[in-house]
Design a protein around this ligand. Structure first.
Ligand SMILES: O=C(O)C(=O)C[C@@H](O)CO
Ligand SMILES: [Mg+2]
Length: 390
């Protein structure tokens, strides 16, 4: 099998969007003087889709969500010439070729995300070429079905959050992730508000259900150290990304406090980066995203690394490129799950671009044994609501 054509297209949503309500979600910009800007950066309304054709007639799909127009340029200008005419089965070589050829500028951030999209696509092709789902090429089925956690519960009105939690509790979810709306800039009143929101959600879901708490890098070390003892009574399964991704010392210090397990890795980009996090015992849960860390080839290696360090992997964002890895490793106990909603932050956009994403039933996801590759096709239903950059 030889690669004959590489096509990267950016899908930019121009349809209806729901404006975020309330304080919504803390994030890294909250630490700056100009808080009115912080929500503007918190939008992911574009996605780059990579399609690669081969001389066998097979076509696969990969995707990247970070800085999608820039990722497209990287694929067009740098990555496409490196893989053209090559055999997708040489995926380790091709991954290293892309990683090393762009190393001076591409090894973290959007460069790595672009490589990820190509690599994910290659695995889709591999599965299709042998008529097997990707998870069967990675180790096969390690779970009858994948437990997943409901991930939304942004900080809006507390009654609204409670209604949302109640609705999805009734649908059978046994684990939930909620977002904090306040950070250091909101002083003691923000501390009170944050605690009230956790209390409100726990009141609805009880204590036989997992609760995860998301900071999205919107806190700092000092604030988190004050918050951890106050949060302990709510028995969170983890506190996610309290500080910015580069502050590995901060993660290590917080995790060593052993009050609430600290999770992270959603903004880490390489096998070496994860080894550093693990060596430093900086996180108790690893949350890579396959479409950031170098694709399936690299995520598979990170799974093995985490297994050896006995640190569970719960990938960021769900979605097929992550689900196949979760299905095929014991290092991964469950998946994140974004339900389909009207377009808001943009986490939902995957459903508007692709058909084939599994829908959670009673808190579980299923991957089919009889669907080759990743199991995704391009959706036609919403095409006219995207600006498509060729
Ligand atoms: O799902 C997560 O873990 C994220 O950080 C997603 C982001 O949209 C924050 O809600
Ligand atoms: Mg997160």
């Amino acid at each position: 099998m030889k690669i004959t054509k590489v096509r990267a297209r950016t899908f930019e949503w121009k349809g209806k969007t729901v404006p975020p309500q309330g304080n919504f979600c803390s994030n890294a910009m909250d630490l700056l003087y100009s808080p009115q800007e912080t929500m503007k950066t918190f939008r992911f309304h574009g996605w780059t889709v990579v399609e690669i054709e081969t001389d066998t007639g097979l076509v696969g799909y990969g995707n990247v969500a970070l800085a999608p127009r820039i990722a497209k340029e990287i694929i067009d200008q740098y990555l496409s010439p490196l893989i053209m005419g090559q055999d997708p089965w040489d995926y380790e070589y091709l991954n290293q070729r892309m990683y090393r050829a762009t190393h001076a500028w591409g090894r973290k951030g959007v460069g790595m995300a672009a490589i990820s999209a190509v690599d994910i696509e290659l695995w889709d092709l591999l599965g299709k070429s042998v008529d097997k789902p990707v998870f069967k090429l990675l180790g096969g089925r390690t779970k009858e079905k994948i437990p997943c956690y409901y991930s939304k519960l942004y900080r809006t009105d507390l009654n609204e959050m409670q209604k949302e939690a109640e609705t999805y509790l009734k649908q059978g979810f046994k684990a939930f992730k909620m977002r904090f709306g306040y950070g250091p800039a909101h002083l003691q009143q923000g501390v009170t508000e944050n605690l009230k929101s956790v209390e409100a959600v726990r009141e609805v879901i009880g204590y036989d259900t997992d609760l995860m708490l998301e900071c999205y890098m919107g806190w700092n070390l000092e604030y988190t150290k004050r918050m951890l003892p106050k949060l302990a009574r709510f028995q969170p399964r983890w506190l996610e990304e309290p500080v910015i991704a580069d502050d590995i010392d901060g993660y290590a210090e917080l995790n060593a406090m052993n009050i609430v397990p600290i999770s992270g890795g959603e903004h880490e980009f390489s096998l070496y980066g994860f080894k550093q996090l693990l060596d430093r015992k900086a996180v108790s849960v690893v949350q890579y995203d396959t479409n950031r860390v170098g694709g399936i080839t690299m995520a598979h290696k990170i799974n093995a690394l985490c297994e050896a360090y006995s640190v569970p992997v719960v990938p960021h964002a769900g979605q097929m490129h992550n689900y196949h890895l979760t299905m095929s490793t014991l290092a991964s106990p469950m998946s994140e799950y974004f339900p389909m909603f009207d377009v808001e932050v943009g986490n939902e956009l995957f459903y508007y671009i692709f058909d084939g994403e599994p829908v959670a039933e009673d808190g579980f996801l299923q991957l089919r044994d009889d669907v080759p590759g990743l199991g995704l096709t391009l959706k036609t239903e919403y095409l006219d609501q995207f600006n498509i950059v060729e």
